[in-house]
Design a protein around this ligand. Structure first.
Ligand SMILES: [Mg+2]
Length: 373
């Protein structure tokens, strides 16, 4: 089997790659760095001459060849590599007539437990949104407890408001639902520690990204100082970065993004490193249903899967772009038996969604200085 064509395109803010073969099998992949599609396309353009004519089943070899081809690294290159890797696993599955999870070691589970995004400005709104998700069958909900004017609040005010929101959700959904509290890197280590100590009584399942991820050592210091599990890693790219995070004791859950860490090939290795630390895997998944499908392939075949991020596939374009969407039963996605990564784009629908350009809107603190988000 030989690769005889590649095409890439943007749908809304999502970036897709199709890899074609002489045998007529086409693989689908998604690249994770939304907002900079021309950059991913530039990498793919440069790599295309290497891939054309190659055997698509030599996935690990192509991964290593492309990763080692230059001394440059980072999100753009890893997004391009992820899209290629996912497309090659899709081709391999279709070639052998089995799901990617079968080729990656077989199923560890039949359904994938989800955590659903909920939201609301006030504590009541947030609690109502969480209650609606629970009525829909979800057993874990994720929310950010920040009010919209959080940059204007003093620490004690902010802490009080955040605790009020978390308390409202816990009171509403009870102890039968896991709470995933997203901090969006908005705190420094000492204030995040103060938050986590007070938050512990509401028993959150995890505290997501309390700090900017730039210092693995500080994340480790924070995790050792608190009991609430930290979940982090959505901005990391490789086994080496995740290994350093884990060795520093920086979290209890890792958040690899299969569209950012070099696809299923590298994500499976990252999960294995985490397994050695008794750390669970909660794949990051803010992108399209193709990313969700790729996550499900990983989730199905790793023993230390914990939860899957899910933003809802019920609203267009997410609800419309796949020929056969994944099947959700309550708070779970069923592991599909279809070959490859198990989904196909409906190209007629996809063409109806033009590219959406990234808006450069970095948040600012009240004094005009740059914040993160
Ligand atoms: Mg996040």
């Amino acid at each position: 089997m030989r690769i005889n064509g590649m095409e890439w395109f943007q749908v809304g803010r999502w970036f897709y790659l199709l890899i074609h073969t002489e045998e007529g099998i086409t693989g689908l992949g998604e690249g994770g760095i939304h907002g900079y599609p021309e950059a991913i396309g530039g990498v793919l353009q440069a790599w295309q001459p290497y891939l054309l004519g190659k055997d698509p089943l030599q996935i690990e070899h192509h991964w290593q060849f492309l990763y080692r081809n230059a001394h440059f690294r980072g999100a753009v290159i890893m997004s391009a590599l992820s899209a290629i890797d996912l497309a090659l696993w899709d081709i391999a599955g279709k070639h052998f007539g089995v799901p990617a999870w079968q080729l990656l070691g077989g199923k560890c589970r039949d359904r994938i437990r989800l955590y659903m995004h909920v939201g609301g400005e006030t504590a009541d709104d947030l609690a109502a949104s969480a209650a609606a998700a629970v009525r829909d069958g979800f057993t874990a909900v994720r929310f950010t407890p920040f009010p919209h004017n959080y940059p204007e609040l003093r620490y004690a005010e902010l802490l009080e408001q955040m605790l009020t929101r978390v308390a409202a959700v816990r009171e509403t959904v009870g102890n039968g639902v896991d709470l995933c509290v997203e901090i969006h890197r908005r705190m420094d280590p000492h204030h995040a520690s103060g938050l986590a100590l007070e938050l512990a009584k509401y028993r959150p399942y995890f505290l997501e990204d309390p700090l900017v991820p730039d210092s693995i050592q500080r994340m480790g210091d924070l995790q050792r100082s608190i009991q609430v599990p930290i979940a982090t890693g959505e901005r990391l790219h490789t086994i080496w970065e995740f290994n350093e995070l884990l060795a520093a004791g920086g979290c209890r859950f890792i958040r690899p993004d299969v569209c950012m860490v070099g696809g299923l090939t590298h994500a499976k290795k990252i999960a294995a490193i985490a397994e050695a630390y008794h750390v669970g895997v909660i794949p990051h998944n803010p992108l399209s249903p193709v990313s969700t499908a790729a996550c499900v392939q990983l989730d199905a075949c790793i023993p230390n899967f914990a939860l899957q991020e899910y933003t809802g596939e019920d609203v267009p374009p997410k609800s419309t772009i796949l020929k056969q969407p994944l099947v959700r039963e309550g708070g779970y996605l069923l592991v599909p038996d279809r070959p490859g990564i198990g989904v196909e784009l409906d190209m007629d629908v996809v063409r109806a969604y033009p590219p959406v350009a990234k808006v450069i809107a970095t948040p600012l603190h009240e004094d005009g200085s740059v914040a993160d988000w």
